[in-house]
Design a protein around this ligand. Structure first.
Ligand SMILES: NC(=O)c1ccc[n+]([C@@H]2O[C@H](COP(=O)([O-])OP(=O)(O)OC[C@H]3O[C@@H](n4cnc5c(N)ncnc54)[C@H](OP(=O)(O)O)[C@@H]3O)[C@@H](O)[C@H]2O)c1
Length: 286
């Protein structure tokens, strides 16, 4: 049985990717901090699909935990770098601790796990990597925040490696999953309002599309589930940047006057987020 390691599998999109892989008979290693939720999912998937599921309770922001997961990924056939979070506060108003945690989770952890998994996959001559990115990686739609930049790293890294001579001719394949707004706890945890239902994709649908994509003989380097978001991501990549200053086209987290920003700079994230909402932000995020 192929073995897949999925980060951020306790709930949200990662849990649905785990369900979709379990449905194809994969053994699983599920990684997240919420031990109880992971264990519950593992027991359910084992009994429903007759597969072996291991859980790794790990905070990917913590170096020692990340190294434990890096060790476990070496013999995985599929790596899903899914764990991630947003920070719905403008850059000058976050604390450095908040920024570091997000960068460790969205940038350092996926890079570390890919670095651990790839040499073994190339030696074995098989393997798949799914890096979960965002439409926010294709243009400045969360203006004034680090989130888009952090997700752009995963997209750029995937493309850089996938188009390299070493990987182009190899059976090992990397795919960046470029997501628009999807049902999960993401927006609530980042402290921002969800998108209108018309723009929201169900997480099980997104997960199934992603899992189908990585099972193709030649998986796509970039997978954007849904025609709507394919169009939006394409436009965002090419639209003249000055158009993104037009009201309603992208959300700007920095509209708070400098004096207000000074007040909350260095304060806790919750205060910053509430202040941003009071200024009419958090309207439509990807
Ligand atoms: N939902 C969207 O609209 C959307 C759009 C574009 C891209 N994305 C991307 O999709 C991915 C999945 O997000 P989601 O929407 O499913 O969000 P979610 O519902 O908040 O789930 C996030 C997952 O990551 C895990 N996680 C968070 N911090 C972690 C840490 N420090 N160490 C280990 N695991 C951690 C969480 O588990 P624990 O809390 O148990 O650790 C959870 O399993 C993220 O990379 C996100 O950037 C989401």
């Amino acid at each position: 049985m192929p073995k897949s390691l999925i980060t951020g599998a306790s709930y949200g999109i990662g849990a649905d990717i785990a369900r979709a892989l379990a449905g194809r008979g994969h053994d699983l290693v599920l990684v997240a901090r919420s031990g109880e939720a992971l264990d519950r999912l593992a027991v359910g998937l084992e009994s429903e699909h007759g597969i072996a599921v291991q859980t790794l309770h790990a905070d990917l922001v913590v170096e020692a935990d990340l190294e434990r997961v890096a060790e476990a990924v070496c013999d995985a056939d599929i790596l899903v770098n899914n764990a991630g979070a947003g920070l719905g506060t403008s850059f000058e108003r976050t604390t450095w601790d908040e920024e570091q945690r997000m960068l460790r989770l969205n940038v350092v952890a996926p890079a570390r796990l890919l670095h651990a998994a790839l040499p073994a996959m190339l030696r074995r001559g098989s393997g798949r990597v799914l890096n979960v990115s965002s439409v926010a990686a294709t243009g400045p739609v969360w203006q004034g925040t680090t989130y888009g930049a952090s997700k752009a790293f995963g997209l750029a890294l995937t493309e850089s490696l996938a188009y390299s001579r070493r990987l182009r001719g190899s059976p090992v394949a990397l795919t960046a999953l470029v997501l628009g707004h999807t049902t999960s706890r993401f927006h609530e945890l980042a402290g921002i309002a969800p998108s209108p239902p018309l723009l929201t994709l169900p997480s099980p649908y997104v997960a199934e599309r992603a899992v189908r994509a990585i099972h193709r003989r030649r998986p796509p380097v970039v997978c954007v589930p849904s025609a709507r978001y394919k169009l939006l991501a394409g436009l965002l990549r090419h639209v003249p940047r000055r158009l993104l200053t037009l009201p309603g086209l992208a959300d700007d987290f920095t509209t708070v006057a400098c004096g207000d920003a000074g007040e909350s700079a260095g304060g806790d994230g919750e205060h910053s987020v509430l202040a941003a909402e009071a200024h009419g932000q958090g309207e439509r995020q990807l």
